[in-house]
Write a protein that binds this ligand. Sequence first.
Ligand code: DGL
Length: 254
Amino acid sequence: MNNNAIGMFDSGVGGLSCLPAMARLLPNEKIIYFGDTARAPYGSRPDAEIISFSLEIAERLVARNCKYLAIACNTISCIALDDIKEAFPGIAVSGIIEPAAELIAKSFGSGRLALIATEATVKSGAYPEAVKRYGGGAEIFSRACPEFVPLIEAGRSDSPETERCVKNNLDEFIKESRPEALILGCTHFPFIAPLLKRLYPGLPLIDPAEALAEKSADILRARGLLSDRKEGGHEISASLESPAFTAIRSGIVL
Ligand code: DGL
């Protein structure tokens, strides 16, 4: 039993898309969320910068006595996970890509899948590699979409500009890759899910939020770290209290 908080973080508003599933599945846990909105996006930054920003945030959460770190960011998960684990050997840590890949491998044995993510995530090849490792046989077609995150951080998820940008990036890609489903390989992208559903009706979207929450519950259970009472409310903060961050935070149901 451990009543300390879970620390959860992302480069910005993206990880907030993972918060409801985590809070629902772990109702006794207090969650401290931090989004680095002042420095988002991370996805086109050099690896060294992503690692140093991520270590800074992890340190801040560890200083708050967090018992476990859930990385609600694909980019940080594929670039900085090992460095975070190494820097804080006493703290349980999970990235989002492993649980997502396990779910994908289980749900789509073979066939064609499309992945949209940041440049860093696509370049790392982490998704196809992890899905294969979990025994999945699906062919994954990847597309980096670096223009989406700034629009989402600017609160323009549902705007004609974002619709144009999504169509420019994905119309041809989806037509050519003919996927069975689209992996949202960036935690910002669930915020444009209504737009994606409207533009590509009938294409199932894979959102790894639930898989991260389940993995987190497994880790806490296995290590005897579950809380037996909720100590106060969740804390959700950002390095820059942007209008989009404020709006999304007030819209999520926890
Ligand atoms: N939300 C993040 C992800 O899942 C990264 C977005 C960014 O900062 O570029 O990859």
